[in-house]
Design a protein around this ligand. Structure first.
Ligand code: SF4
Length: 430
């Protein structure tokens, strides 16, 4: 297996009532396990009350409390590169893995289509940590007069990366990508949503009426020069911490609609310039969205070529329904035959290529008619003689907010009958 990634030698400092572990070597894989697993190379600062994690740019990436006031000893806050604080909860360990495919549930600080989970942002200790982590760091730093130079350097750099600087760095990311990424493919859960966004096209073809993440942008392509320019800026922005990324997301809403040569060029360039194959992590990944039309129109040679390119490629297709009345109600300009044809083609591709996995989204909601569920069952149950492990189906609740397990009745019924892996799609932005 590859790995020319730089080696970070880990060291620890114990001073007074805190402990600093520089360059901890975490897991090289995003394993799905029922205990918190810390991935990548990071530094850990531990006090009596809190634990803070920093990336290789000394920017805060995680924080959690150690006292009894913290909601749960195995729950934590994560700060994304889009500068959102996300709270990872166990969900009481009941049903989280079955519904999402992951052991920990990301609770988002903005409206999303979640059907399970509470609102940890109403908890005082959680909000206090988001608001006051930097103040706590400043107090610690002020107390260090005789610490070793490396420790002082760490405190100085971590303090410089204050909340205002982190917010402006996120704005720079959005500027590079031509705007904030309003939604990530569900498959990015396999790398805990830690992807480098590279916009190769903008907008989408359909502008479906039901969709809450679309924009007004007509579908347009970026040129190879624009893509190369973005990659250079991304490389500079991620800096030292680039080694902690092995995955790229080719934006925006329908990158599969792009010229096949442009798709392949983008994957190759991203791997070459961002060293994705030589990151700290094992393997590399490319994630993108596609549509029914872009999947049906993509030439066979594109998938043969994708198979030859480095890493795993996950393409997520928004099919939404195979029932005409439902498609019409959703304002999705497709026929049910096109939906079924796209589903059949993605099965064929999944059966043919080892490094390409195509997954599909369908909607669920109490308001949808019975034929939507029957037509879905005819695809995910009746088309197969035995269960398959590849080609995950994601069900996306139409309603935002108001999570309730009762609303998941249809989900669990479909999950029992499905011969494909089936999970909920939690819409997450970057
Ligand atoms: S569901 Fe997909 S294709 Fe439809 S409007 Fe939203 S982003 Fe565009």
């Amino acid at each position: 297996m590859k790995n020319n990634a730089p080696i970070y030698s880990s060291r620890t400092y114990q001073l007074a009532d805190w402990h600093l572990h520089l360059y901890k070597n975490g897991s090289k894989r995003y394993a799905k396990v029922s205990y918190p697993i810390r991935c990548g190379v990071y530094s850990e600062l531990e006090t009596d009350d809190y634990i803070f994690h920093f990336n290789l740019n000394h920017e805060i990436i995680r924080a959690f409390g150690k006292t009894e006031r913290w909601p749960h000893p195995q729950e934590w806050l994560k700060r994304t590169i889009g500068n959102d604080w996300i709270y990872y909860s166990t969900g009481g360990y009941t049903g989280v893995f079955e519904t999402t495919g992951e052991y920990y549930l990301p609770n988002l600080p903005y409206p999303a289509n979640k059907s399970i989970g509470g609102n940890p942002f109403l908890k005082k200790d959680v909000t206090a940590l988001i608001q006051k982590w930097h103040q706590k760091l400043q107090i610690l730093r002020a107390a260090q007069k005789y610490a070793p130079p490396e420790v002082l350097d760490f405190f100085s750099a971590a303090n410089d990366n204050n909340p205002a600087k982190m917010a402006s760095k996120a704005e720079e990311l959005f500027d590079i990508c031509s705007g904030r990424i309003s939604v990530l493919p569900p498959d990015t859960r396999h790398v805990d949503y830690n992807v480098i966004p590279l916009t190769i096209s903008q907008g989408c073809m359909y502008k479906c009426r039901f969709c809450r993440v679309k924009n007004d942008h007509p579908f347009t392509l970026k040129s190879p020069e624009e893509i190369s320019g973005q990659i250079l800026r991304l490389k500079a922005l991620f800096g030292e911490d680039l080694v902690n990324y092995n995955s790229v997301f080719l934006g925006e809403h329908d990158a599969l609609q792009a010229d096949p040569d442009l798709i392949c060029f983008s994957i190759e360039e991203a791997h070459r310039q961002l060293n994705l194959s030589d990151s700290y992590f094992d393997g590399s990944n490319t994630f993108l969205f596609g549509s029914v039309d872009s999947l049906l129109n993509a030439p066979d040679w594109l998938f043969r070529q994708l198979e030859e390119l480095p890493g795993a490629k996950y393409i997520n297709i928004g099919i939404e329904s195979a029932d005409q009345e439902t498609l019409d109600a959703l304002g999705k300009p497709l026929s049910s035959k096109e939906s079924r044809d796209a589903f059949d083609r993605l099965q064929l591709i999944n059966d043919t290529f080892a490094t390409v996995e195509i997954t599909a989204n369908f909607v669920i909601d109490e308001s949808l008619n019975k034929n939507h569920y029957l037509s879905l069952l005819s695809l995910i149950r009746d088309r197969f003689e035995r269960p398959k492990t590849k080609g995950c189906i994601y069900l996306s609740p139409l309603q935002f907010e108001n999570p309730s397990r009762e609303k998941l009745f249809d989900f669990y019924k479909l999950k029992v009958d499905s011969r494909l892996p089936l999970f909920l799609y939690l819409i997450q932005r970057l």
